[in-house]
Design a protein around this ligand. Sequence first.
Ligand code: ADQ
Length: 498
Amino acid sequence: MNDTRHGGDRLVVVSNRLPVVVKKVGDMWTSMPGSGGLVSALAPVLRNRGGIWIGWSGTSEANPVTIGGLLQEAARHCGYSLKPVFLDQKDKDEFYHGFANEVIWPLFHDLQSHCNFAPRYWQAYNRVSRRFSDVIMQNTRPGDFIWIHDYHLMNVAQELRSRQVTARMGFFLHIPFPPPDIYMKLPWRFPILRALLEYDLLGFQTLRDRRNFLQCVRLIAPDLAITGKGQVVTIRAGSRELRVGTFPIGIDYQDFARGGKAEAVVRKARALHEDLPGRQVLLGVDRLDYTKGICHRFEAFRNALQRFPELHHRTTLVQVVVPSREDIPKYNDLKMEMERLVGEINGQFTQSGWVPIHYIFRSLSRTELLAYYRACEIALITPLKDGMNLVAKEFCAATPENDSVLILSEFAGAAAQLQKGALLVNPYGVEEVAETIARAIAMPSAERRTRMRKLKRFVRDYDIFWWVDSFLRAAIAKDLNDFPAPAEYIPRGETVSL
Ligand code: ADQ
């Protein structure tokens, strides 16, 4: 183990992807901010704490020297070091596209019919766990806290323990954990459960996910002692003891609340709404993914337009989709299906001066994203299943209090926290969602305000810093303040955000 520049123990974050991705633009390799919920949540937390983030750079083509140089440069701006794990094309195909995205992702979102249980994917999963473990061993020392994230890396603690690593290790699952009748379909169900039991702390988004996990554990080991109640319980497995908790992830509330009021955002939001005069605008913002329920949402909107003609000209759905995993055929099929539906619905209902669906397929800048949160009156967030869904929380933080409504799937983890202020729907119920859209559009201002106040309070009180502190306290009885920035990481001038 090396890197003993600083005294004290460090926070080491390990995730499949680094918060920056290395990409070729023209002839030049360059680094740019990563996207997705995990990066959005963790980047502000680690900033300027002198810790380490270990992960894949997102390319299997650039050479290690190029990647190393770009990451070193990016690290200067974010206040923690970035250590790359190198994956080759075979790993990318079989581990990332294969085991992660064709086995665990669909199964854990209850979509077993989307799974491909190819045995070579499991071999790749273990091979990549070893590769991550190599980099973790090279960059950590016994006093560090190693915090491993998400479904790509469930086996890593077991691999490290087999190499006698004694550092404390925590794991957080950002996606749902399925109920036993679904989980038990997984051909590698027992080794994965056993591997998870090697962590010192396991964190889930909701009580539902933790309950599902504990039910699966009881099936393989009925005599394990599970004690305690509340946010964190304890499992005793022989001489080992591990804690299992629920830690619903939050956002940097103040940053979104402030950002929503910034002058450039307010200006842009006004311009967006001027293009949609006299309308209540519905907003969907999602990564391209079949779990997000985008096609069901379009069908619900079509149903609303059919059954409530008074909505014509009075509402528009703005659907933003961020490109993601496009080289996986299922995702490309989804894109084509979405585009077909948008064309069909717009063809069916468009009239002079009114187009029902505005469809945007690209990543937005932060200013644009905030402007949409601010400009649109109703967020329509209807995943078929979602670990949490940060977009719901970001909308609540950035939108004005007086005039906004959140329609939220009851199968998003966020529903457990936001149920008192949001209108909850079953995303499979096209008619139910259509009626809820009509109800939201007709909702009086006073009710909107009461609901949105509750939502904002919840998102503010349980923000990303609360999440990190409660995880760290349960894991190592420390919080974020116990990881202060070493002098060389305190930035001079403005912090560049990743
Ligand atoms: P994701 O599936 O990526 O995260 P989500 O929680 O909604 O889903 O996060 C998406 C993030 O991407 C948000 O922070 C959002 O701001 C950003 N984003 C969305 N659209 C964008 C756009 N057009 N341009 C730029 N940025 C955009 C996974 C799990 C979730 C869980 C998170 C965190 O699937 O359930 O909430 O991790 O734990």
